[in-house]
Design a protein around this ligand. Structure first.
Ligand SMILES: Cc1cc2nc3c(=O)[nH]c(=O)nc-3n(C[C@H](O)[C@H](O)[C@H](O)COP(=O)(O)OP(=O)(O)OC[C@H]3O[C@@H](n4cnc5c(N)ncnc54)[C@H](O)[C@@H]3O)c2cc1C
Length: 554
């Protein structure tokens, strides 16, 4: 017989994070309590693992003394080694549908809690990021960057090297990296947890908690749907008949084409445009909106367009495409932009117009899981769907579609599903990066969004020729824009266009997350000749003319 119990309490009277901490501490000080947590004061719940001798009343009285009223919702015996209860007649405590980043994070969290877990994956283990997304695209982008900078060195006097001719070898190295990371970060990691089983096959929800995989029907206690997303293409006449490349296929082209049209000027379209242009492909980007990089500050989008055009990428905005056809092995894209018609021609056509959640064809309707207007799974703040035993995480719940969001969501969904702790899915201060060169990295609100929210804000824009690091590297492409609340000076947005902007943004992310002001940034030491010193200089720009400052902003 087990000598430990899992308990769940409903706690009334919590009004802030401080209350959640008090409740947790009050419970942890009780002799025999091994683990106590409150996911969020909003959820009004506490979960506890305690010795079986700890009486319910002891817990309730301890909370009463701390000023909170509590009621016992659940008490179950635990098997040795577990911190979540199990139901012996179920095959698994948790099953993930999908085996990408969200699913792995959910499975690992569940295994750490002592649960038995199955990951069901119908394709390649690891999902999008490692196989066909982040990893392969970023390694090819880095290769293209090295190729470009060796052909066009920033320092006069350095010899320019011709661009490499062996695209196939570059792709092969990319494939080797992908295989190594898939093995090291997914297959081997799953093997470390004896509680995790990977089932290869297509999962279909049958209703309730039932899931069919390869003809076997399972009934896990809880389910996390983590089925990811797929490229979406607009309904342009002739497009599907003509055929086109998706990002996945573009990453594995057998040979480089002479020319490529890219439909879509978002982050993936722009990253691929520069990548292929730097390998010598003549690239044209067709964007339906008035700007590329639409989500970013206009100053940043405009500057990036100039840099890409300097690299011979042609960028067309406000484009309407009426038809696509193939002729003599080329693609003809019939366009109209600003009243002018043009037939654009290229050897290859890449469509990068966004992704949509994978939510059809595997029984979500039978299981009573509601979908939103773009096919995304509708979840509450705990990532629970309209079927209370089914949670969802990652790209299948819709934007923002980033792997670090998917991984965070997977862990949170699993913990909430298994313990009922009610942690809140919180995307405050979420940074994002577009891996062009220079990179775009942003966190918080743009000036326009801040104003639309009714905030009174002031902004500072610092071109990179004021940043010593950029001068020393002879690469002053870019700028930093900060958005701060006028009366409090609180930083609410940071937008960086710079080489390695993705590294710089992390300081601004912490600043926004913890409510720091631009004065805090300006008064903090920043090592001289680092790009992140640019953030301090941009903060100083609110009050001073940085061109009149000496070294180290003194
Ligand atoms: C070209 C590209 C570049 C990117 N670059 C970045 C980047 O630099 N940084 C970043 O943060 N993000 C990036 N992303 C986004 C990132 O890859 C995704 O947000 C992330 O991988 C989503 O993880 P997921 O677990 O939700 O889904 P996925 O990793 O897609 O996993 C879903 C899995 O579910 C499986 N599946 C679906 N239906 C079923 C079923 N019925 N039964 C069984 N299995 C099923 C699929 O086969 C798939 O393997 C990029 C994406 C692309 C396409």
């Amino acid at each position: 017989m087990s000598n430990r119990s899992f308990l769940r309490l409903r706690v009334e009277g919590m009004t802030c994070e401080g209350c959640a901490r008090h409740v947790t501490e009050a419970l942890k000080t009780i002799p025999g309590v091994e683990m106590a947590q409150v996911g969020s004061w909003r959820a009004g719940q506490a979960t506890i693992v305690a010795s079986a001798e700890v009486a319910d009343s002891v817990l309730l009285v301890a909370l009463q003394k701390s000023g909170y009223r509590a009621v016992l919702v659940e008490r179950r015996e635990l098997e040795p080694g577990r911190t979540v209860p199990s139901s012996k007649d179920r095959n698994y405590d948790l099953m993930t549908i999908g085996g990408g980043s969200a699913a792995f994070s959910a499975a690992i969290k569940a295994a750490e809690l002592g649960a038995r877990v199955a990951i069901v994956e119908k394709g390649t283990v690891g999902g999008t990021c490692v196989n066909i997304g982040c990893v392969p695209s970023k390694t090819l982008i880095k290769a293209a960057e090295l190729c470009y900078h060796s052909a066009y060195p920033q320092f006069e006097g350095l010899t320019a090297c011709p661009p490499p001719s062996n695209w196939q070898r570059v792709v092969q190295q990319k494939d080797e990296l992908v295989a190594a990371l898939r093995q090291g970060k997914y297959v081997d990691v799953a093997a470390v947890y004896p509680a995790i089983t990977i089932l290869k096959g297509d999962a279909t929800l049958l209703g309730g908690r039932q899931v069919r995989v390869n003809g076997t029907v399972y009934e896990p206690e809880k389910i996390v749907v983590a089925t990811g997303s797929s490229p979406w293409a607009p309904p342009v006449p002739g497009l599907h008949a003509a055929g086109f490349l998706t990002s996945e296929q573009a990453l594995s082209l057998e040979a480089l084409p002479a020319s490529m049209i890219i439909i879509g000027g978002g982050s993936i379209g722009l990253e691929f445009a520069q990548l292929f242009a730097r390998f010598g492909v003549q690239v044209m980007v067709l964007e339906s909106g008035p700007h590329v990089a639409r989500a970013e500050e206009p100053e940043i989008g405009q500057a990036l367009v100039r840099y890409l055009e300097d690299e011979k990428v042609r960028i067309c905005t406000n484009v309407t495409i009426s038809r696509v056809e193939r002729q003599d092995g080329n693609y003809l894209v019939h366009t109209e932009a600003n009243g002018k018609q043009e037939i654009c021609r290229a050897e290859r056509l890449l469509v990068a117009t966004g992704r949509r959640p994978n939510t059809s064809g595997f029984g979500l309707d039978a299981a009573g899981v509601r979908l939103g207007p773009r096919g995304e799974i509708v979840v509450n703040e705990h990532l629970q769907t309209s079927n209370l035993d089914i949670y969802a995480a990652g790209d299948c719940v819709g934007d923002p579609m980033y792997v670090y969001v998917a991984a965070y969501a997977g862990g949170l969904a699993a913990e909430n599903a298994l313990t009922g702790v009610g942690k809140v899915y919180d995307l405050t201060a979420l940074p994002h990066v577009t891996f062009t060169d220079p990179q775009i990295a942003s966190v918080g609100l743009t000036e326009q969004h801040a104003k639309a929210k009714g905030l009174h804000v002031q902004t500072a824009v610092l071109p990179l020729h004021h940043v010593p690091r950029a001068l020393a590297a002879r690469n002053t492409k870019g700028l930093i824009k900060l958005v701060a609340e006028e009366d409090t000076d609180r930083l609410v947005g940071a937008h960086v266009l710079a080489a390695e902007a993705g590294e710089v943004i992390q300081e601004a992310t912490l600043a926004i997350r913890f409510g720091l002001t631009v004065q805090d940034l300006a008064q903090t030491f920043h090592p001289y000749l680092t790009m992140v010193e640019g953030l301090k200089l941009a903060a100083l720009t609110f009050k001073r003319d940085v061109s009149k400052l000496s070294c180290c902003a003194g």
